[in-house]
Design a protein around this ligand. Structure first.
Ligand code: AHR
Length: 509
């Protein structure tokens, strides 16, 4: 630990009150060592039919007064486009195991959404609408087929409908419904959380079903990346037993991991989205940092199964902040604050560290649900602090992750202690470095020094807020927004003061 120094650089030019500066953290990047490519899909999204997400949030229909293109809101679409969304998982989640694809093609059949409160699903957003959205966004598609209440025939038919190239009845039906060219399914999972809402299955039963169903998941002229539903919250025995199946490696390329950040770690009282005490800032971040250990634990289980290929992947296809519901709002709607931004950035730094083994992650979820990018209110739209983190981190898409070491003080609250700063770094295609820096200390600015930066020029942006629960609203949409960062080039070093509760991205040329 280095000696404490007073504010080395003063405050960043943010127009916010400076907080007391704490000890300095030194960051070293190993430029010669490479972890691996940060696949753009690490920044993927999750779109479940849940609460106010699909209907109202994303889809308003062509007849709406809200500006839209083929039914998709123009404002939400433009915001997503700016994030360069690499892939979208759909239609669930728990909802996937209730979804019957024929309800959402041709003449639509409304049904109750029994996974999420029995609200009526009009099914006006179905297969064509999803694939057209992904195509317009340039995003890959991740389909979760209904194992829980569907049949292998139904799932196989859906795949034929989507990807069929020949003159089969299903390919012709798709053409009759307005789409001549087949679409591509890039990723496919059979079942979701099959230990729970997906059918409460024993792992060996699920493994048998998976290998059986996967044998019939023909997507014409393409082979989606096949993903197995895996553990949640550390129930690693489930993954271990599913992967024991001797043929699972023949029909799948990876397993999923779900892990949510509940501030209290108690599913019956998760904690509030806003107005929370510092104890729940600390406990939320301590819990979110468990992601690193869970990834390592799951990779350990994968590696213990010799019959799986060397590149068998880990897909963190649900993660993010989950707090108590807000009265008067749709299911799983929650306000998104500076704490969510820090949670997002800490996890993204962890994913960069595991870039060689984690090819995709899907934050939960995209619009109006859990740790959303975007919140809508009627015709208005608000970009959340988490959105800004995703936008700031776009230079990491496809960059080469580099090992990073930090030497600095901890943030402490009661018995909780973890490093105040977190960092990751990556080399972009043009040779520039992208560096992400998180100050998880809610009270103090932290001085940071980047050694051997080799910078000819540096620029950066910083996201912070005037409170732990600072957030954006329709009335105040820009309360939390990225600002230019002040970074000093000092010989071969870069120095700066990272504001309390902040996320920064620097580009070093
Ligand atoms: O993201 C909300 C829900 O969380 C998903 O539907 C389910 O897979 C998980 O339990």
């Amino acid at each position: 630990m280095k000696a404490a120094i007073c504010s080395l650089l003063g405050v960043l030019s943010l127009g916010i009150m400076a907080t007391p500066a704490s000890a300095q953290t030194v960051v070293s990047i190993e430029r010669e060592a490479e972890i691996g490519t940060i696949e753009p899909e690490v920044y993927s999204q999750f779109l479940e039919h849940l609460g106010g997400q699909v209907y109202g949030g994303l889809w308003v229909g062509e007849d709406s007064d809200i500006a839209n293109t083929h039914g998709v809101r123009d404002d939400v679409f433009a915001a997503l486009q700016a994030l360069q969304v690499p892939a979208i998982r759909w239609p669930g989640g728990c909802y996937a195991d209730l979804y019957h694809w024929r309800d959402g093609v041709g003449e639509r059949t409304p049904r109750e959404n029994m996974a999420w409160g029995g609200t009526e699903e009009p099914n006006t957003f179905g297969t064509h609408e999803f694939f057209n959205l992904a195509e317009r966004l340039g995003a890959k598609t991740y389909l979760n087929v209904n194992l829980g209440s569907g049949t292998v025939e139904e799932a196989a038919d859906w795949l034929e409908y989507i990807t069929g190239t020949g003159e089969t009845a299903l390919a012709q039906e798709r053409r009759a419904n307005g789409r001549s060219e087949p679409w591509t399914i890039d990723y496919l999972s059979i079942g979701n959380e099959t230990w729970g809402c997906g059918g409460r299955m024993r792992p060996d039963y699920y493994a048998d079903l998976y290998t059986h169903w996967a044998s019939f998941m023909f997507a014409d002229e393409q082979k989606p990346v096949m993903i197995v539903a895996g553990p949640h919250d550390g129930n690693i025995e489930f993954a271990d037993e599913v992967l024991d199946h001797p043929m699972i490696g023949d029909v799948s390329s990876g397993i999923s991991l779900h892990f949510y950040t509940l501030p209290t770690s108690d599913w019956s009282a998760k904690g509030a989205a806003i107005g929370f005490p510092e104890s729940e800032w600390a406990s939320a971040l301590e819990r979110t940092l468990r992601m690193d250990g869970l990834i390592e634990q799951t990779l350990g289980v994968i590696d213990a199964h010799d019959h799986l290929g060397e590149d068998y992947g880990l897909y963190v296809d649900e993660w993010g902040m989950w707090v108590d519901e807000t009265e008067g709002k749709s299911s799983l709607w929650q306000q998104n604050t500076m704490r969510d931004a820090v949670v997002a950035a800490l996890n993204l730094n962890i994913f960069h560290k595991h870039a060689d083994r984690v090819p995709m992650t899907n934050i939960a979820q995209m619009v109006n649900v859990l740790q959303a990018m975007i919140l809508t209110e009627g015709e208005d739209m608000v970009l959340t602090p988490t959105y800004h983190v995703y936008e700031m981190f776009t230079p990491f898409h496809g960059a080469t992750s580099l090992p990073v070491e930090l030497d600095g003080p901890d943030y402490r609250y009661g018995d909780i202690a973890f490093p105040a700063l977190s960092a990751s770094a990556a080399r972009m295609a043009d040779g520039s470095l992208a560096v992400a820096l998180v100050n998880a200390d809610p009270n103090s600015d932290h001085a940071v020094t980047l050694e051997r930066a080799g910078a000819r020029s540096v620029s950066g942006r910083v996201l912070t807020g005037d409170a732990m629960d600072a957030h954006n609203t329709v009335a105040q949409p820009g309360r939390v927004a990225p600002q230019p960062a002040e970074i000093r080039v000092d010989g071969d070093r870069l120095t700066a003061s990272l504001p309390a509760r902040s996320v920064s991205v620097w580009i070093i040329k």
